[in-house]
Design a protein around this ligand. Structure first.
Ligand code: SF4
Length: 622
């Protein structure tokens, strides 16, 4: 591989995807049409469409027939706002349905500098291999000396100069169902992509800087929209909180509203909960930035834990691999986080699974030495999961499979097999609906209702009013933003700092949102996204096209899941959240899911079983 200075410019995108057959070690080019680009945008959207056209429903996710698609968006390499991201789609070994995960880091940018918008991986290597990509040179390198290595050691051996690599750890090699993939110090965390790479004997994919630099098609317009977007982002209150305290900024409002998952979602708060807020961590751990690039929010931070500089655990890690297993010491949570990052495991699913095991142990369903609040055995337990030792072999399957095998389904806090993120929906009913219907399982990012119901306090969290409308709107919007591979966190700045919203008094906005959601939704000006898309790609996209593309992407993913057998009975929440109040909630709240679900299906154009009607598929051109 040569060290090459960029010698060619790509205006927007070349619309080229590299398709690799691992079994035969051959590759071809797949051309994306302009029409497809307009309908599915890029990133997650085009990734899903490519997967839909190739993946047979019903296959075993760990079979060679599973397909991994890695896609960038039109913004990759342009310097657009918070655009250092890329997306992956595949069939998940944790959920058995479509898995997706997005990530920051320079991998997407490096790949695009070789003229590739994405990669399709099918088949399986016979022995451990790493793929190295630079321009049209695709090398298949023996990775037997990397196999078995922890992620940081493998990364050192691969090197980082002018390249970025997607790397799995021992957990991925051992097919742990919630194993992740590292890209530098950022992670493709959810849904077990690490195990799919492991099942293909694929240790790493290395993108070496190529011969292209990326420029927007309409440079002046792009500059103007980019400047405006960054101004909005920088002055937005939630962006500023994230910049100061990282995603741990969420902890304080979540604790205040009794929504912190404590001891497997039994309580919503704890006397030591404030020890894991962003404010306390910043003060005690000397934090500084460690972010995706480019980014004007800067939520990624590093800090000093146990005398060592390392990533500050994200809010989700503090909640799931901390409070939810009864641990409130950031030094200890940081150690658990490090083990997951070294071995290659998602901290949300690891925490959710350990919490189930602790409660099942208390109830005598399984015999382990794991106890809420006792940190002693946790490091060892995480290692046993990654290495499939002893009971770790069972834990590596996640909480749904454990509860199928040993009982205790009512307290397995997962949806469709994916462990729940760190917001107890008994404190925000819209988030309850969001978890129940999110395509990949109990995902907080599909429509992050917490933003409206909690962080901004603009929708009453304890009613069902307007929740189906806003879940649908945010799902469409997030699918579209994810498909541009702009960070979802930009939405606060880009939509809430616009003149109309700024001039509308809070109580008026809140009343509209509560009572006439269609008008409130119409007031949201997200036009900077399609403007950036159009300027970068040269493809004219209106705000209406943008939101419709988001809807198309969401419904396509739903259809793929329906083809895998997903029905209404799967759009639900764990029994604990539907029928059991938190022990420290005097109001005894439970999530009233059924009424919201009925309305949501109607708005979405699903039948009673949750299957999209032909009419909606036709309208969206699916
Ligand atoms: S806001 Fe955070 S997650 Fe988003 S691009 Fe920036 S550093 Fe990455």
């Amino acid at each position: 591989m040569k060290n090459i200075k960029p010698i060619h410019e790509i205006a927007g995108t070349l619309n080229s995807v590299l398709q690799i057959d691992l079994s035969s070690k051959t590759f071809t080019k797949v051309q994306i049409s302009e029409k497809l680009r307009k309908l599915y945008l890029g990133g997650k959207g085009i990734g899903l469409k490519l997967l839909y056209d190739r993946l047979k429903p019903g296959i075993d996710p760990l079979d060679k027939d599973n397909i991994i698609i890695i896609m960038t968006g039109v913004m990759a390499g342009t310097g657009g706002p918070c655009s250092g991201r890329f997306h992956t789609v595949f069939k998940s070994p944790l959920t058995g349905i479509i898995g997706s995960s997005s990530c920051g880091g320079s991998f997407g940018r490096q790949l695009k500098s070789s003229g590739w918008d994405g990669i399709i991986l099918k088949g399986k290597f016979d022995t451990p291999v790493s793929i190295q990509i630079q321009n049209d040179t695709i090398e298949f390198l023996d990775a037997s000396d990397l196999w078995g290595k922890d992620i940081p050691d493998a990364q050192v051996q691969i090197g980082t100069k002018n390249k970025d690599a997607l790397v799995i750890g021992p957990a991925g090699e051992n097919l742990v169902r919630f194993s992740n993939v590292a890209s530098g110090y950022r992670y493709l965390g959810r849904c077990g992509l690490g195990a799919v790479m492991g099942s293909k004997n694929l240790k790493a994919i290395v993108a070496v800087k190529g011969k292209y630099s990326i420029v927007p098609v309409h440079k002046n317009q792009f500059r103007k929209h980019n400047k405006r977007a960054n101004q909005y982002i920088i002055r937005n209150k939630i962006s500023r909180m994230n910049r100061q305290f990282g995603t741990a900024a969420n902890a304080k409002p979540i604790i205040k509203n009794n929504m912190l998952p404590v001891n497997n979602f039994t309580y919503g708060n704890h006397p030591k909960a404030n020890d894991i807020t962003g404010e306390v961590i910043k003060e005690n751990h000397n934090t500084s930035y460690h972010t995706c690039k480019p980014c004007s929010i800067l939520c990624g931070h590093k800090g000093k834990f146990d005398g060592k500089i390392t990533n500050v655990p994200e809010y989700e890690t503090l909640a799931l691999l901390g409070a939810n297993i009864g641990i409130f010491d950031p030094n200890k949570i940081s150690r658990f986080n490090e083990i997951c990052n070294k071995k290659g495991m998602d901290t949300i699913s690891a925490g959710g699974t350990l919490a189930w095991v602790m409660e099942a142990t208390q109830k005598g369903l399984v015999k382990t030495n794991l106890k809420f609040g006792s940190s002693k055995q946790i490091e060892k337990a995480l290692e046993t999961i990654a290495n499939l030792e002893g009971f770790g072999k069972q834990m590596a399957k996640g909480s749904r499979e454990l509860s199928n095998e040993f009982g205790g389904k009512e307290f397995a806090i997962q949806v469709k097999g994916l462990e729940m993120a760190g917001y107890d929906p008994r404190g925000a009913y819209g988030q309850g609906l969001a978890y129940a219907v999110a395509n990949r399982g109990a995902c907080h990012l599909s429509s992050f209702m917490i933003g409206f119901e909690n962080l901004l306090g603009i929708l009453n969290p304890h009613t069902i009013r307007s929740k189906p409308e806003f879940v649908k709107f945010l799902e469409n919007m997030n699918a579209a933003v994810n498909s541009m591979d702009i960070c979802l966190f930009t939405e606060y700045g880009i939509t809430l700092e616009t003149v109309l919203i700024k001039l509308t008094p809070h109580f008026v906005l809140s009343t509209l949102m509560q009572n006439v959601p269609s008008i409130a939704i119409a007031l949201v000006d997200f036009s900077l996204y399609p403007k950036l898309f159009s300027a970068a790609s040269g493809i004219n996209l209106s705000s209406k096209d943008f939101l419709k593309a988001g809807e198309r992407i969401h419904i396509l993913e739903r259809l793929m899941n329906v083809n895998e057998g997903i029905r209404k009975e799967d759009d639900t929440l764990p029994q604990r959240l539907l029928s059991e109040p938190q022990k420290d909630d005097s109001k005894k709240r439970k999530v009233p899911l059924e009424q919201m679900l009925k309305k949501y299906y109607k708005l979405r154009g699903y039948d009673k079983e949750g299957i999209p009607h032909q009419k909606i598929l036709k309208k969206l051109g699916i």
